[in-house]
Each structure stands twice: as C-alpha cells, then as structure tokens.
Design a protein around this ligand. Sequence first.
Ligand code: GLN
Length: 187
Amino acid sequence: MPIGVLALQGDVREHIHLLTELGSTAVEVRTVEQLATCDALVIPGGESTTISKLLVNFGMLEPVKEFVSSKPVLGTCAGLILLSKEVVGRLPDQQLIGGLPITVQRNAYGGQTHSFEAEVDFSGVSETVAFIRAPKIVDVQGCEVIATLGGEPVAIRYGILFGATFHPELTGAKELHRQFLSAVESV
Ligand code: GLN
C-alpha cells in the first residue's frame, strides 16, 4: 500500500517527489477513503492552526488520530506541531492530533524573516534543510533524537512516529524520509 501525504495544505508535491525518489509509491490524501488505502502518512508543514481547522472541516481529525495510534506517521514543521502533546503558543481554537509525547514551541526562531537554511546532523550524516517559521522541541520526553542543530533536537522518533522541525523536502534532503521508510518497511 502507498504512503499518503496529507494534502490539505503545504508542500505536498515536494514530499511525494522525495518519497518517489526513494522508491515508494506516494499519494495525496484529502479524504477518509484515501487515508484508508495508505500504509503510512506524512503530514507536511504549512500553518498548523489552518491545517487543524481543515482537518475538522474535512471530517479528518478523528480518522487521522486513529491512524496515528497504529501506523507510521511523519510530521514536518506544522505537521510536527500537530502531532505534539503540548504546544507553547497554541491558539485557543487549534486542535492537535497528538501522538508524540513532546512539547514544542511555535515560531521559536521568530517570524517569516527569521527563516533560514542550515546543516543538521543525523548522527554523522549532515544535510542542508530549511527552517521556516519553525518550532523548537523544548521537551523530548522519551523520544529518540535523530537529528540536531547546534546540539538541540530538531528531529525525533517515538516508535513508528517521526517528527522534524524543518522542511527536508524544500532542499531535497533525504535522510529523514529514508529513516521513516525503513520504519515503514519494518512494521
Ligand atoms: N509556524 C507554523 C505553525 O505554527 C509552522 C511553519 C511551517 O510549517 N513551516 O504552524
């Protein structure tokens, strides 16, 4: 079965391109029916408050929560925010999907003008990625840290759930998706 990429907002095509380059079949997911055809899900970046509203409007919030409880899921940037247990700077009407026992702080590097590219370290493999109005992981709880920037965690893994504060798809960095796909294959 394919890897779904939640296509309510965000860099959907870029994620599909990365997954395809790594040899997977990837499809856009906008409906519960499409979600049901997938083995795993990527939740791209964008704006987490907007994505949460769209999840509610499309009747996808509960189905995605259920999916996260048993299938591999990768959230990047806003996707990571939505998968987090606690969000510092969350707007009152922002719903969370949850699943990752972490605390993140939204817009922790500042606003749009504080977006930047940087080399992150995946235990010896370094890759250039983009941070766009990125959150910071302020409490990793029991998660495995899989990438750091200046010693701080920027990507984590909790069983079959993965999250990163950055956008790998905008620079074509493959390591995060590679690790995710290897978790998908081992399920
Ligand atoms: N700052 C955005 C939010 O809070 C996330 C930015 C992104 O996904 N690039 O949702």
